[in-house]
Design a protein around this ligand. Structure first.
Ligand code: C2E
Ligand code: CA
Ligand code: CA
Length: 562
């Protein structure tokens, strides 16, 4: 087998992980120990040929990582495992455990060897990462290729044509409800779900009916030529019926799915394509209130919508008057106890005194096309706050939350650069937090925006890590400096060994990639101690302080021992 060129042989980009021929040669001394460790770390299931094959291939990782043949076997073996519901985090955890076993073995027998090989285990972990990261990308590609259903734009075009020609047309907006109940499904199971879902739908439609994919988790079913409520209602009932039976996943597990369907008819319920789609969605959203699975659009819905509109109007005013506030929550160095930064969190109180949850505000901003205006005001606010902090003698770093759309806005870096210039504040006083979904949209444009922000000295943090797709390629290909471990893992850590292992894996992985981990939602001293023992560097949470207004934050800082 060839192991000469270790750059981008075959399917894996080893170079991106800092693995060259020398690095691979140096870890090959671990081959024997690795093989044993894999056996020990991977779950045992007697007489399971797929798992056996996977273990066999995995045990060759140290020696054959750069070999295209081995890579091919590895990817095939992984695909088989994934389709049976083997999760990525599980995979990472097992392999990191294998590395740990190797580490322990060597440390236990020969301290000198261990000291000589300080970087050896980091190299080994990088090798594991390199192998795993390619598998994720391939899975993603396969998933996209598989679905192949035309999107919302195509639906709008079709509806536009039909309405223009005066043809009647009906529409269903369909979505899976209770999506949270899917949280316990594995990545493999989740990936196959849309295909199974589409398959069930297809059985219930006439040949001339059309299926489009709408927003995330939404399908738009179009019934050409249908001007009565009968056909869509019938289809709705059939679909509902077919979902009464649990779906059998590839893993063999069965789950019960519920659907929500909103129906609308053109031109009665909407004279143009946008209005018609909107009407069907309104009908579907209303089902959350009535707890039914199917409903037609009716005029009263517009009254609810009116409340929604009032909220939006008030929001618009707040945007123009800049009456939003941003509270600050301290971020603390775990060893020194020093507060080095704060996260800016949006707060908005309505005229009637009600506080509106930040995610709802963001949704409204996005929906109405005000996001850019909001981002602009957020950045202005950040600079002003930073100057105030400096004047108060507490020039800490500020973390800003930006969204997916901000990251493809190629004017953003220039806008920020100008502001930094005006205020004479160095870029490294700011950090930008992004969630994984923020990077899914358009990685290339994202990358260029992120690189230009980095050039300004602004740090980038990956927010809510562990909750999304956790595609490892983001970590390697995008210039992140910090990883924020999601609160859900920190909360679960005390009672779930699995979560503890995930936290440990994320911390090790972050260090291997020369980044800094920050644990979110730390609420009690026991969590803090646990994080300290795992080597986590930074923390944030109610244990230190809740988010508070700028003036209060300054007092809080000034009251702390230096
Ligand atoms: P996030 O970025 O993950 O922010 C952390 C959330 O956890 C905040 O909720 C914070 O108040 C809360 N939190 C912090 N420490 C603890 C703790 O120890 N225990 C518990 N239970 N919660 C804690 P918040 O302020 O309600 O914000 C919710 C989300 O809204 C944020 O999640 C972020 O995604 C979004 N968001 C908030 N402000 C902005 C903003 O200015 N721009 C953007 N794009 N998104 C924002
Ligand atoms: Ca955040
Ligand atoms: Ca977060």
């Amino acid at each position: 087998m060839t192991t000469t060129s270790a750059k981008s042989t075959g399917y894996l980009d080893l170079f991106a992980f800092g693995l060259d021929t020398d690095a691979l040669r140096s870890i090959s001394v671990l081959d024997d120990i690795w093989r044993d460790a894999v056996l020990q770390a991977l779950p045992e299931r007697d007489n399971d040929p797929v798992l056996k094959e996977f273990i066999e291939v995995s045990s060759g990782l140290v020696l054959f990582l750069a070999d295209p043949d081995w890579q091919k076997y590895w990817l095939a073996a992984w695909h088989k495992q994934a389709s049976r519901g083997f999760r990525l985090t599980e995979l990472m955890t097992f392999f990191y455990r294998a590395v740990e076993i190797c580490e322990h073995r060597i440390l236990g027998t020969d301290r000198l060897v261990a000291r000589l090989n300080v970087d050896l285990f980091s190299l080994l972990r990088r090798s594991v990462l390199a192998a795993v990261s390619a598998t994720v990308e391939l899975d993603e590609e396969a998933r996209l290729a598989e679905s192949g259903i035309p999107g919302e734009l195509a639906a709008l075009q079709y509806l536009h044509q039909a309405l223009k020609q005066g043809l009647p047309v009906s529409l269903l907006s369909v979505s899976l409800i209770n999506r949270n109940a899917f949280a316990h499904l594995s990545a493999g199971e989740l990936q196959t779900l849309p295909a199974l879902f589409a398959e069930r739908l297809a059985h219930r439609l006439r040949p001339q009916d059309l299926v489009f994919s709408g927003r995330e988790g939404e399908w738009l079913l179009v019934f050409p030529g249908v001007s009565s409520m009968v056909q869509p209602s019938l289809a709705g009932a059939h679909i509902q019926q077919s979902f009464a039976e649990p779906i059998r996943l590839i893993s063999g597990r069965s789950i019960a799915l519920d659907v929500a369907m909103g129906a609308a008819m053109g031109p009665e319920h909407g004279a143009d394509a946008d209005a018609l789609v909107q009407a069907a969605r309104l009908a579907r959203w209303d089902l959350a209130r009535t707890r039914q699975g199917f409903g037609w659009y009716h005029r009263d819905l517009h009254c609810d919508w009116q409340q929604h509109d009032e909220l939006a109007a008030e929001l618009k005013l707040a945007l123009h008057q800049e009456s939003f506030q941003f509270y600050l929550q301290p971020q603390v160095d775990i060893n020194s106890g020093v507060c080095f930064g704060a996260e800016m969190l949006l707060r908005w109180q309505r005229e009637n005194g009600e506080w509106v949850a930040p995610p709802l505000i963001l949704e409204l901003l996005e929906e109405n096309g005000w996001r850019q205006m909001f981002t602009d005001s957020l950045i202005r606010h950040a600079l002003r706050s930073s100057a105030e902090l400096e004047a108060a003698g507490v020039p800490v770093r500020l973390s800003l939350n930006l969204t997916a759309a901000d990251m493809v806005d190629t004017d953003l870096p220039d806008m920020i650069a100008q502001r930094l210039e005006t205020w004479q504040i160095p870029g490294d006083r700011f950090m930008i937090e992004l969630t994984e979904s923020a990077m899914m949209a358009d990685q290339i444009r994202c990358l260029s925006v992120m690189e230009r922000l980095s050039d300004l000295g602004i740090g980038l943090a990956l927010d809510d890590f562990g909750t999304g797709y956790s595609s490892l390629s983001y970590l390697v290909n995008l210039p992140f400096r910090e990883i924020k471990i999601d609160r859900s893992f920190i909360t679960a850590m005390a009672r779930s060994p699995d979560s503890l292992r995930v936290v440990r894996t994320i911390i090790d992985l972050t260090h291997d990639l020369d980044m800094v981990p920050l644990a979110e939602g730390v609420e009690d001293p026991a969590q803090l101690e646990q994080l300290r023992s795992l080597g986590c560097d930074q923390v944030q949470g109610y244990l230190y302080a809740r988010p508070m207004p700028l003036a209060e934050f300054i007092q809080w800082m000034q009251a702390r021992p230096a």
